[in-house]
Design a protein around this ligand. Structure first.
Ligand code: SAH
Ligand code: DHB
Ligand code: MG
Length: 215
């Protein structure tokens, strides 16, 4: 029987189903478990296991070698993505908070990626221009301060190769995407610039994940 419900936005998931599919497709080994277990005093706002696995698969599909991340936290998504890179590939990950960066570097070293991931401490808008000489990049994953997504997206499409990926977490902005607020406007500009410069979609993860292929 044809299913109208899912086309109208009804979801069939529940916590037990999500747990099952996370475990089946996107489980944790010791290194991922360490980076997923955010210490007390640092917010547990990393991507979910299935989103992390999706980032890994997308980078493999795109044959990504040089990748930029804005928002490291303690390295969970960085380790997921670094596992997609070939020998000689590199992930440049930017983190504003030095305490987060310190934990991230430990987790990254424990995962065996000390030489394949560089954590740059600073604000995205300040650090991104310093990375331009390493480009063009194969993918840019944006997951930091939401009010600057418009700037991060514009930087990404300027510094990606044709066919490169722009990826943006929290694209529903915690349900506030349509709000009349600075970060609502910035997130909508990110969507609209992405759609104008890429073949794109917003995947309905819990908080939305924009995926664009630069034209
Ligand atoms: N990508 C990570 C989660 C990132 S959470 C993962 O999935 O594992 C968002 C991070 O962005 C936080 O660690 C926060 O300190 C950082 N952040 C906030 N403002 C920033 C800025 N202006 N520049 C860079 N990082 C920033
Ligand atoms: C927050 C940030 C994120 O990137 C996220 O995925 C969830 C929450 C936050 O700042 O609260
Ligand atoms: Mg996020």
């Amino acid at each position: 029987m044809a299913d109208k419900d899912s086309r109208e936005g009804k979801r069939y998931t529940n916590p037990a189903i999500l747990d099952y599919v996370n475990k089946t497709h996107a489980g944790h080994d010791a290194a991922l478990a360490q980076a997923f277990a955010v210490p007390d005093g640092i917010p547990a706002i990393q991507v979910g296991p299935s989103e992390g696995q999706l980032l890994y698969l997308l980078l493999r599909l795109a044959n990504a070698k040089k990748v930029v991340e804005v928002g490291t936290l303690v390295g969970y998504s960085a380790i997921r993505m670094a596992r997609a890179l070939p020998a000689g590939g590199h992930l440049y990950s930017i983190e504003f908070d030095p305490k987060h960066a310190e934990v991230a570097r430990k987790n990254i070293a424990a995962a065996g990626f000390a030489d394949r991931i560089t954590v740059h401490v600073g604000a995205g808008v300040d650090v991104l221009p310093t990375l331009e000489g390493n480009g063009p990049f194969d993918a840019v994953f944006i997951d930091a301060d939401k009010q600057n997504y418009d700037k991060y997206g514009a930087w990404a499409t300027k510094n990606l190769r044709s066919g490169g990926l722009v990826l943006g977490d929290n694209a529903y902005l915690f349900g506030e995407l349509l709000d009349d607020s600075d970060r609502g406007r910035a997130m909508r500009a990110f969507h609209e610039h992405g759609a104008a410069t890429c073949d794109s979609v917003c995947i309905p993860t819990p908080d939305g994940l924009v995926v664009g292929i630069k034209r």
